[in-house]
Design a protein around this ligand. Structure first.
Ligand SMILES: [Zn+2]
Ligand SMILES: [Zn+2]
Length: 267
């Protein structure tokens, strides 16, 4: 496939529009699907795992979808910049799967996720400094009870910080195009799962050797309520290391998965 020269503003704009359609389509598809499955089609099955008991504020989903659309515009611009950089030969994106050994495919994905985690954890802590918080991060926390629609509900400045990560990484880290798509897919699913406000992981997951390293709805819901804990994105290791994991996490996870039902539950 031959792409037109993206340094031409018209084609650059066209590329940004295509990326926008993909990003916003992906958001509505995945957030919509989770909303339907967990809240509309099978609420009985999932409501016992619902983390917050209060109702959503009127108009919350519409607001979240509005901010997420703005975020998608920013992601589209950064995606078009990434395509332009790639076309001009500045990125390490590769299309021939054999350009690097095959083991590099999963390894590059793991490295990208770990660097993304580190970047986000510290960015997130910085965004919680009072002066910064009010301008940059409050929009995201307006959703005190999160929903699948909260996944990309960010102030444009926060959206910008999130959008520059991948293009910057691709200037230095060789990644196959399919691995990049996998990373973007993981990012979307993880954000929707973490904001679902329904715990989807199995009983005991928070303690098992793999599960203890993953963030889920219980973990991130506590961030939206307590502010000073659980800053991570995909993984819990920075929170564990820097002792910013909520002391309520294990108990709440056990309550929601029925392992340790609270006393107030009807017998
Ligand atoms: Zn936060
Ligand atoms: Zn959040």
């Amino acid at each position: 496939m031959v792409l037109p020269d993206l340094s031409d503003p018209f084609y650059f704009l066209m590329a940004a529009l295509v990326v926008f359609a993909v990003v916003i389509g992906r958001y509505f598809l995945i957030a919509g699907l989770f909303h339907l499955v967990f809240y509309i089609w099978f609420p009985k099955k999932w409501m016992k795992r619902k983390i917050s008991q209060r109702d959503y504020k009127p108009g919350q989903f519409r607001k979240e979808a509005g901010w997420s659309t703005l975020t998608a515009l920013i992601f589209a611009f950064s995606g078009a910049c990434m395509l332009l950089l790639w076309q001009k030969g500045f990125t390490k994106i590769y299309l021939d799967i054999h350009q690097y050994p095959l083991w590099w495919l999963p390894v590059s994905l793991a490295i990208a996720l770990l660097i993304h985690e580190t970047y986000y954890y510290w960015l997130h802590r910085w965004m919680h400094h009072p002066g910064i918080y009010r301008i940059v991060h409050k929009v995201h926390h307006d959703s005190s009870i999160t929903s699948p629609w909260t996944a990309f509900s960010f102030h444009p400045i926060e959206g910008f910080f999130q959008a520059i990560f991948l293009p910057a990484l691709l200037l230095v880290l060789p990644m196959h195009i399919y691995v990049i798509l996998a990373q973007l897919t993981i990012m979307t699913f993880s954000s929707v799962i973490n904001h679902l406000d329904i715990e989807v992981y199995p009983k005991g997951f928070h303690r098992n050797i793999i599960g203890r390293w993953f963030i889920g709805a219980t973990h991130h819901s506590l961030h939206h309520k307590q502010f000073r804990y659980n800053y991570g994105l995909y993984f819990t290791f920075w929170d564990k290391w820097k002792q910013t994991e909520s002391p309520l996490y294990n108990k709440l996870f056990e309550e929601k998965t029925g392992e340790n039902p609270p006393k107030t539950y009807p017998e």
